[in-house]
Structure formats: structure tokens, C-alpha cells
Design a protein. Sequence first.
Lengths: 315, 130
Amino acid sequence: MQGRFQPACMNARLAGVLLLALWLMILTGCASTPRLAESTERALPRQALVDGVPFHSQREYQCGPASLAMILNHSDVDVAMESLIPQVFIPGREGSVQPEMLATVRRHGRIPFVLENSFDALLTEIAAGQPVVVMQNLSLPTWPMWHYAVAIGYDLDTEEMTLHSGEEAERIESFRRFDATWARSDRWAFVAMPPGEMPQSVGQRRALEAIATFEQVQGAQAALPAWEALVARFPNSGMGYFALGNARHTIGDTLGAIEALRNAVRQREDLGAAWLNLGLLLQAQGEDGEARRALSRAADLPGPWQKRAQDALET
Amino acid sequence: MKTLRRFLSPLLILALVLGSVSVSAAPLPASELVSTQAALSAERADADRERINEVLSRAGVQEQLVAQGVDLAEVEARVAALSDEEARQMAEQLDQLPAGASVVGALVLIFLVLLVTDILGLTNVFPFTR
């Protein structure tokens, strides 16, 4: 038995070379020029370049703070890269991690929206005039070299991206090379927008979560325009109206809150929390009849708020 | 633990009672309504357990960040700006999270492989290969 395996051992070097070649061929096969959905391709202009994105050259490990400074400055937040470093950089990791990139955007009064991980979403945002922070692994998965850059333009005819990256402003990268390096972060990308504006390509659930987290950090007053924008974009979002109602209530606009909560239950009859809040607010306003109806709807719906609704009915 | 609990429970009850007294004086304070964040997380599973884990993980993240050299004066504000989900992610796997930095450990073999992949357009490690 032993003898039969010996030739394989002797040819290990050759086998290794062949394997490496095969592996590279497989890799090349995987990395092809990314394809856009036909509808996206028709909707987008052939070329786009976001004007006036300031460039900050990174110092050794500071591509995170540099990228943040670029998109925040573009969004009219006056913050220097030097003051972002202690807010996002982790000395022990010699880099910045994704959750903290988003958290830092929130601290500066902008809402970070993580994009759907597709090439279509990325180009759609650039065409809409938004610089997009992308995370790339410039090296191979085994020896990662993680990097943040800001995508600011594309050209569908030459198949090239334009990025503010590292120490190079308006660096041109082929679609193919860019997508190969970007795909290694599962195509992670985000934009930073002031409350009241939303990305073109964002879905309802992602938008809800993004704004709710922003509200947790910056408060209801700051988040209010974002909730208004959300229900304008998704008029059938019961959860959106519910959030709008809560934010209005927190800043003291009771009537506005009641109106929003009525819309919430109109869009989603099963939203127990909205029935409960509506009932409580109406009760405080002395509208006992409608309050009872709302509270009993909440009390009928199974869920975490059922008990509170039943208690409120008894008082 | 038991004695601690015996000592803490009356304090907690007192705090809650005092809390609700001041609350019932106002017409209808925000804290009585179900918050947007609570309703959203209730739509995900296991809201209660998440909430407990979240408190624990935020403390954990602070500790880890300090251990990684983050300034003490900054750490609280940094953790406060994370969502619950992000705090949990950081607490569980800060070591595995990719950190954008753009530096690679350079051995000769790695250098050669990366040079080839750079030329093939798969990677973008060396600026001179473009």
C-alpha cells in the first residue's frame, strides 16, 4: 500500500504548482465583470461623478476616519479627520470596524444607511449624487487587507469606478477588479444622510431600523424629519406611522401623535403597540369612547402589550 | 447573592414607587407609551432576552475597547452610538470583525502570490500593477 502513494509524495511540488494554477483559474473564473439588472442599466445614466466630495489622504491605518471625514464633510458636517480618529479607530486592531463606522456617523447627526449588497444599489446611489463608503479586501481572503474607500463615480462604457481611496484622489479602478475586492466584504457599503433624506434603493425594513437606531442616539426631535420622510416614501408602513406618532408625542405634539397612530392602525390592524399607544393618548385627552375601542383592540391582540392594554382598560 | 438581593429589593421597590409617583403627576409622559425601539425589537424574536444581553454586551464592548487601547474618555460615547444589534456583534466577535486598515503581513511567498493575483486583476495590493 505504502508504495502506491510514494510517487504522489515525490511529485508534491509539481502537484502544488498545478493546484496553485488550478486555484488561480477558479478564482479568475469567479471574478468577472459584475452584471447589472436590465432595469437598473436602463434607469442609470451611462456616467456619473459626485461633485465636490473633499478628499482626505489616509495616514497609515486611518482609512476609516479618512473615509468618514469625506462623506461627513460632503454632507455639510464640519468635522476634521483628526477628531474622528479617537472616535472610530481601535489601536489594538490597528483599524476601524464596521459597527463603529456607522455609530460615528450617528454621533455627527447623520443617519447611516447600509445598502443592499449589490452592484446595482451602489451605482444607483452614486447616480443619485451620494458618495458611498465601501469596504474592500484588497488582498486574498487568507491574508486579508481590509480597506475603506469612498466610491464617487462610475462609467458604464469603460466599465470603471472612481474612488477616493487611500492616498489617491479619484483613483480609477476597473469594475472587475473593484468588484473582486468588494465582494470579499459581502459587498458592504453605506451612505450618510441628514434626517429627512433617504437613499434611492433602501428597503422599508432597513430604513426603519436605521432611523430607530439614530433616534436612540440623537433623540426624537432630531429623528422627526426622518420619520416624516419614511412615511412619505412608504405610505403603507404601519410601523413607520407608529414611530412617527411616538416621536411627535415625545416632543409634545399630542394631536399630531394621535393622527399618526390612527394612520398606523389603519395600515396595520394587527399592530398591538400602536392600538395601545393610541388608546393611552386618547385616554389622556379625555376621549374615552374612542380610547376604549382602541385599548380593547390592543387587549384582543396576543403579544407583549396585551397585558398592559387589559390593565389600562380596567382603570 | 441572597443578602445582596434582600438589601437591593426594598431599594428597587422604593425607586420604582418614587419613579411612578413623579410620573403620575405629569399628564402622560413618554415613558408610558411603547417605544418604537421596543416595538421593533418585539417584532424580532426573544425581545426580553435580547434586552438583557444588550446591557451585558454594552459593558463587555466597553471593556474590550479599553483593552484594545481606546481612550477611556471616548469609550462610553462610542458604545452609546451603537445599535443593540451592533453592540451584540462587537461583544461577541470583536476579534473576528474585519478592521479596515490596509496593511498586509508580507512574506515572500505571499508577496509572489499577491503579485500574480494583482496582475490578474483579482486583488489590489500593489499600486504599481495597474
